[in-house]
Design a protein around this ligand. Sequence first.
Ligand code: PLP
Length: 391
Amino acid sequence: MIQPFYPPQRTLMGPGPSDVSPRVLAAMARPTIGHLDPEFVRMMDEVKELLQFAFQTRNPLTMPVSAPGSAGMEACFVNLVEPGDKVIVCVNGVFGGRMKENVERFGGQVILVEDDWGAPVDVAKVEQAFADHSNVKALAFVHAETSTGVRSDAETLCALATRHGALSIVDAVTSLGGIELDVDGWGIDAVYSGTQKCLSCPPGISPVSFSERAVAAVKSRKASVPSWFLDKNLVMGYWGGGVKRAYHHTAPVNALYALHEALVVLQEEGLEQAWARHLRNHEGLRAGLEAMGLSLLVEPEYRLPQLNTVVVPDGVDEAAVRSQLLNRNSIEIGAGLGSLAGKVWRIGQMGHASNPRNILHCLGALESALAAQGFAMDRGVAVAAASAIIE
Ligand SMILES: *Cc1c(COP(=O)(O)O)cnc(C)c1O
């Protein structure tokens, strides 16, 4: 007989999912009700309002897509890119590469702007791309590149798109709730996020928001959207509010209870306070890592506080350190992806997981794992350096 599954208790300090707070887990266990029940519909309206708060937008088309962040990405591209459309796609890590693939699959013409993994999107190169090409439909880039731990200048890039009459499509999967994101203030046209990074919800839902300009672009398409499930024209009948909700798909009822609760938690803390907490805890972790003799991959001004990319020192077995953390300390940290595989660790401090206890736990465990690898360092200095900042 197969037994019930009881997952181990972990501390999730990788690139996501992040630790889910007990409040959110408890919300998820509340009774399932019908997805057209008036009480559920009332909660949906609140989820929309809370997402508008988190994104800092008044966009009426702001809603959770019932699928993970990748589906939010696809929802943006499948609705906004038509065959032949020119799209400038910035690639400085894994997720920019996926944006490129989306544009290609929907028949768009990619104008590629590439930057090194570990560097931000170069605004001057994007400016050049706009100078070299006319009639660009959209500019697409990743605000917080989780594969490298880099923040790009979303405000400047979106202003550039607007100036050239192009839509901006922004990946905010890892930025929402962790660093400043101002959808209306920056003039972002289409943005998608995920629940399992800085919102600290279980994975599986993707908050998305479209500006009026983006909605107009969807409505003026020549051909119908080549995805039934992600077609915004259809989903709007369910999430649009107003008169009457029409059945589109069965909403993931309990997963939406979790998102509602996580957003209530964020609202209680306040956006600025959440960003400040992520930054302070990042400074603590960084001080501890440097005291140990480790260095971060990314230049200080482009670092994401919620995702720290740590360079693996020479002679240290990258995978063995991660295994020891997981098996002895029950801490999950991430490995490098693509060209950074084997060269870095990715230590996340996202949402609920960004707290002093986790930092000290992680630094202590990392010290033991590095000592087991024969890495020379002063024992105890990391925790002391971090404590001086976060306590
Ligand atoms: C995690 C992530 C995604 C994909 O989200 P999934 O929920 O795994 O589909 C997309 N973009 C970025 C920047 C991410 O960090």
